[in-house]
Structure formats: C-alpha cells, structure tokens
Design a protein around this ligand. Sequence first.
Ligand code: ADP
Length: 639
Amino acid sequence: MRADPIQRAIDEDLVRVLYAQDPIAFFSHWFSIAVLIAIYWPAIPSPRLFAACFGFYAVANFGSLALWICNRRCPQLVSPRDWIYLHALRGVLLYSAPGIAVWFAFQSAQTDLPLLHTVMLVTLAAGVFMSNGFDLLNFSTAIPFLLFPSIVLLFGSHTFDRTLLAIVIAFFFCAINVYAMSYRKLFRQVVQARVDQQYLAESLAAQKHVAEEASLAKTRFFAAASHDLRQPLHAIGLLAASLNDAAATPAQHAKTAEHIVYNVEALNQLFNQVLDLARLESGVTQVIRLHFRLSELFERVGSQYRPQAAAKGLALRIAPTTMVVHDDPVLLERVLSNLLSNAVRYTEDGAIWLGFRRAGRLDGGFVEVRDSGIGIPADEQEAIFEEFYQVANPQRDARQGHGLGLPTVKRLIDMLGGELQLRSAPGRGSVFRFPVQAGEVGGIVASLNEAVAGGPSAQGRRVLCIDDDPSILEGLSSLLGRWGCAVLGARDEVEALTALAGGFVPDAVLCDYQLANHRTGAQALTAVRGALANAGHDNVVTLLITGDMASAELAALALQGIPVLHKPVTPARLRRTLEMLWQQAELDKGRAASAVKLGQGGGAEEADGAGSAAATEVGASPGTIAAGLQSQVQGQPQK
Ligand code: ADP
C-alpha cells in the first residue's frame, strides 16, 4: 500500500542528489576540455573532427547547466521520474564526447596520448560514480560511453602495456559497478527509513490532532451541559427554599410548586437529550428495519406537531404518499420529531411541509422537512450539528432549546446509513432531507398506528416492581397505584419469587438493573420469567429500568428482546411504554389463539399449512416487534 509513496520519495531524493552535483560537474568538464585540448595541442589529429567533437562536448556541458537551472527554477515542470530520465540523457550526451575522443589519441604519433586521455576518462568515471552512482539508469548510461571506447581501442592495439591497461580499466569498470550497486541499496534503505519516520510522525500528529479536537469538544460539551443543567437546578433550589416561607399564602406556594415542576421537567428533558446522545454514541441503540407505509409515519408525527403549528398560525402540510419503505420507523420518528419541532420553533409565518421525493425508480428516495422560517446562515450550517450549538441563544434560555436536536438527528441518520442534507438561506426557510430505502408492501407486518393508537388502560393491572431502593419502590407503587394498578414491591429476586409462589400473577414486571448483593435485574427477570412460564403464564410483560449506558448484559437483553428503559424515566414515558407492551402482548395472544383455532378447524393438510404459517408469524412477531419496541423504549422523541 505504501510502495508508491516510497518510490516517489526515492525519486524525489534521487533528483535532489543527481542535480546537486551538476554545477561542480560543469566546471570539472571545462577543466577536462582544457586539459584534453592542452595534451592534444602540439599536434591535433584530424583538426576539423577534433573541433566538432570538442565543440559538441562544450555545447553538451552548457546544455547540462541549462537543465540544472530548469530543475532549480521549475521543479514541478515534469515528474521526478522524468527529471531522472532527462538527467540520464544529459549524461549520454555529455560523456560520449570525451569517451569517443580517445580515438584521436590512437591517431596521433605520440605514444603517451592514449594513456593520458585514459587517465582523464578514469577521473571523469570516478566523478560519475560519486554523483550518479545512486541511480542505475544515470550510472549505466554514462560509464560505458566514457570507458568502452578506450577499452576497445586499447585491446585493439595488441601491445602488452595497452592490453594490460585495457584489463585494468575493465576491472575498474566492474568494480565501480559492484560498489554502485551496494551504494544504491544503502540509499534505498535510508530513504525508506526516512519515509517511514515521516509517515509515523504524520500519523502521530494526525492522531494528536484528533485527540485534541475530541478533548476540546468534550470540554465544550461539559461546559455547555453543566451550564444548562445548573440553571434549572439553581432555580429549583431557590424555589424549594421559598416553600419554607411561613408568610407565603397557599396561592404563592402553589405558584412556587408549579415553577418547581416546570424546572424539573426542563431538567428531565435536558437529561433525556444528553442521555439519548450518549446512547447513540455508545452503540446500544439498535437499528430495526421494518417494511411500513411512510404515510402512517408522517401522520403520526404530523399529528403531534399540528397543534403547536396551528397555535403559531402555521400550516403543517403533509404531502400524500403511497411509498412503502424499509427502515427503522422508531428512529425515523425521532428524526422527524426533532426536525418538525425545529421547523415549528423557527418559523413565524407561512407553512411547514413534510413529504417524500423519489430518487430513481427503485431505490427509495428522500424524506424532506421544509419550512418558510428564519433560515440558517451559510457559515453556521456546519456548526449547528455540534452539540449545544445554537445560532441565536446567547443567554442560553432553556425555553429556546439546548442545541442537541440536530446532533441527535445527524447521528440517527448516520446510524441508518444515510446522510442528512441541509439547504437553507436566512429569511427564506430551510430544507432538511435524508434518504430512506424502498420497502415491499408484502413485507408489512402491522400498521404503525395500530400499535400505538389508544393503548390498553393500566386500570386494574397487576404490577410486580423489583428494586432494592425503598424510596424508588415507594415512588413506583404510588405512581402505579394512581393509575389504578395493583402493585407488589419486592427488594430482590427472592422476594419476587416468594410473591409469585404466593399466587400473585402480574401483568407486568418492572425491574431495576443494579440490585443488591451483586445481582442484576437481568438475572432477576430471567428467574421471574422462568417461574411464570412454569406456572403457564408466558405472556407477562417485563421491563428493565437501568442507569447503565452500555454493558455486555444489556446487549444480550437487547438480543433476547427484553425492553429496557433508561433512567430518568418520566411517568408519561413509563405509562406509554407499559401500554404499548400490553397491547403488543394482547396482539400476540390473539394471533396465537387464531393460529390454534385454524389448526383445529381445517383438514389435516390445510391445518398443518395454516398452523405453520401462523406459527411463523407469531414466532417472528415477538422478536421483531418487541425488539422494535425496545428501541422505541430506549429512545423516545425528546422534544
Ligand atoms: P435547538 O433547536 O434545541 O436549539 P438543534 O440542535 O435542534 O437545537 O438546532 C441547533 C440550531 O440550529 C438552533 O438553535 C437553530 O439556531 C438552528 N436551527 C435548527 N433548525 C432550524 C430551522 N428549521 N430553521 C432555522 N434554524 C434552525
């Protein structure tokens, strides 16, 4: 994977090394030209040819300098590899002239000229070894031009001295080749080590940057969270103190209590939003895709926000659609709730539009929430997805939200594998949109609205509560009692089992996760469910309440389809959850009963077929829908 960067780094270093020596080479070649002319000067053989050859040598030397200047001035003109090729070409032109010029020495009557010229060539070859030895191409194209003509002509002279000299030069040629090879290997290793080090330094710097960013984000998050949490707490403290004021009238006390409830609500809402985000981050929230009609989801969220929109004189328009999607309806409901709540909050005139747009023929499309509100300036459109960021709430007034809605929406859409898109202009409104996958009508198991419309009442239900904290047991008992439930409290698994053995058959079991004596709610629920199943009561609703965010056991519970509620749990949330679970249990009971009836009523073959089809549906139902409920339970829309 990193071979290319290394090769490029090697090429870049080679270019640097090859070209670095060229100005020195330029002067060395002038020196060589001067020396060679000086030794031939007394009797130049074939003067015209000699002048042409040395003229070419001089021009090639200027060309070499021009190439060096080009490389210095415009290094980006060609790639490093091309600079290497150009340098090799320059070597061929530059060294061929003095190499071939040795022929003049053999034409001369002076017997020492071949030796003198050859010594000059060997000196030049040593220079080539030093400056071009790092690169095979530059080295192997320059050296043969310098030495081969000399070796051939010396051998051709058939004298002992010259043959010996030819052998020595040939040996020299082989030796510098071998040295150049190890030179190149060393060079490659050095460059590789440098690249590795650079790569390591860069990745360390990148990791450090990410860690610093994360730490800054965390600091910002905690600063904003602690401010927003302190505000209502501070107010509650002051209001609670004023309750002790004996001089206050009952009407003033009632007003104070009302303010306390308001602040507790605000605190609770913020807690839930922060916990929701934390849950999304920790990965305990599951994505459960179902086939469902998008219009049902639109109707559900639309009906929640229509009254608020109407109160501000806004029209909430839902575009009719027949689209069936395959997505997580619960998570999508949270997304739409947040977007619609923002649309209502940040729009003063005009309308809010919720609809679906097809993208292509088969692949689903986009859900869009549009408004004609205040819009978002372009330079804020990234920051609004950061936690606690608000465009215009410098006093951090809790009534104007906390800046957690869009970060939650973004994470939810990320979890669903899509991308949240935003188009907005100040004064012209905003459009938020995200993709949904196409589903199949045949895959729809139940209507979305059927599952929540008018849940069964809590009146007359028997509830077993397991919690080791007496004050929570007390609070739960009184709350459930007010809803008309018969409540039995147990402080642990043993007390719960004793209650069951005593004949108490609950409609629901609520259990805290952390119990005394290192027992967990999961263990207690397993024991209670086992005991109930043995007594023939399989359909009892169980609900775990926990303050934990992520643990292996919670994940295992999720797999078993045991619904989990995260603290703090509001009464409304608890009631809605219980009602949904009871409704689901009744639905499952009804389906099982009709499956049994069908099985008994038809002929043997028909009964088998119908029975197994119904059994599959019933078998699949608790898993799918209970799991769906669980994710619903884990994260209700908070706004
Ligand atoms: P909150 O609405 O609680 O402040 P959000 O995270 O949902 O937090 O939104 C962050 C900010 O983005 C808001 O404070 C608001 O300034 C801006 N914003 C979000 N939705 C809209 C919208 N539909 N129109 C205009 N501004 C919006």
